[in-house]
Write a protein that binds this ligand. Structure first.
Ligand code: Z5A
Length: 206
């Protein structure tokens, strides 16, 4: 089984992916957590390029780099683990490319991008995608307190609020188009409340 977590930066999706991992580990299931971009030596190097605020990367090249990092992660880690019956928790997967590069950067039509991702992932597709949805205001308030802890914005985080509005509305449209795969949760609730809602849905899936 593959479950992916999506949302704009600061939505709380990584917190929830980790909380789901903690719940699953209590069930003694074979579980693996991966984050995108990253998760393999090659994909982590691509991540460094993608997030480097000192680099100018053209939008189409950016889309191909995210896709290259994903293709490596799928072949090296996700596919073999999934084939053995393990549960994979993905902190972002291909929907991020459709929302950020398709919706946010407008590099290509989102339907074409989604089709292209079938080739990138060799058909590996999530059984469930949790969209942790918050407004851009809520997300930026959360990130502002993180930057207060001496962290600086990476290359992707430097995009303006209009960019993140486009990403968010693309995610919401994707969820509307595929209500069976997508679970949309209101990420402005408490961490416990969001976790309970996700677990409710996930235990039905299990
Ligand atoms: N990207 C892309 O463009 N295309 C792609 O194909 C892929 C990615 C795969 C990766 O950055 C960037 O690449 C990302 C998308 C783009 N860019 N942006 N912008 P990353 O891996 O460094 O980070 P991220 O995945 O975007 O987010 P994150 O740092 O993991 O944050 P998060 O998952 O959104 O949120 P969080 O870390 O769980 O929580 C953020 C803060 O809020 C934290 O202080 C929490 O304690 C707090 N929090 C969490 N939940 C709550 C609730 N419920 N209430 C209050 N506070 C909360």
């Amino acid at each position: 089984m593959i479950i992916s977590f999506e949302g704009i930066d600061g939505s709380g999706k990584s917190t929830q992916a980790q909380r789901l991992m903690a719940r699953l580990s209590r069930l003694e299931k074979e579980i693996m957590y991966v984050r995108e971009p990253g998760g393999t030596v090659v994909s982590e190097r691509i991540r460094d390029l993608l997030l480097d605020p000192g680099l100018t990367i053209f939008p189409f090249a950016e889309m191909l780099l995210f896709s290259a990092a994903r293709a490596q992660l799928v072949q090296e880690k996700i596919k073999p683990f999934h084939a053995r019956g393990g549960i994979v928790v993905c902190d972002r997967f291909f929907d991020s490319t459709v929302a950020y590069q398709g919706g946010g950067r407008a590099v290509a039509d989102t339907d074409w991008l989604e089709e292209f991702q079938r080739t990138v992932t060799a058909g590996v597709w999530p059984d469930k995608t949790v969209l942790v949805d918050v407004t851009v205001d809520v997300a930026s308030q959360r990130l502002a307190s993180r930057f207060g802890d001496h962290q600086t914005a990476d290359r992707m985080e430097q995009a303006g609020p209009e960019f993140f509005e486009r990403v968010r509305s693309t995610y919401l449209r994707l969820a509307e188009q595929d209500p069976t795969r997508y679970l949309v949760v209101d990420g402005s609730q408490s961490e416990d409340a969001v976790e309970a809602q996700i677990w409710d849905d996930f235990s039905t899936l299990l």
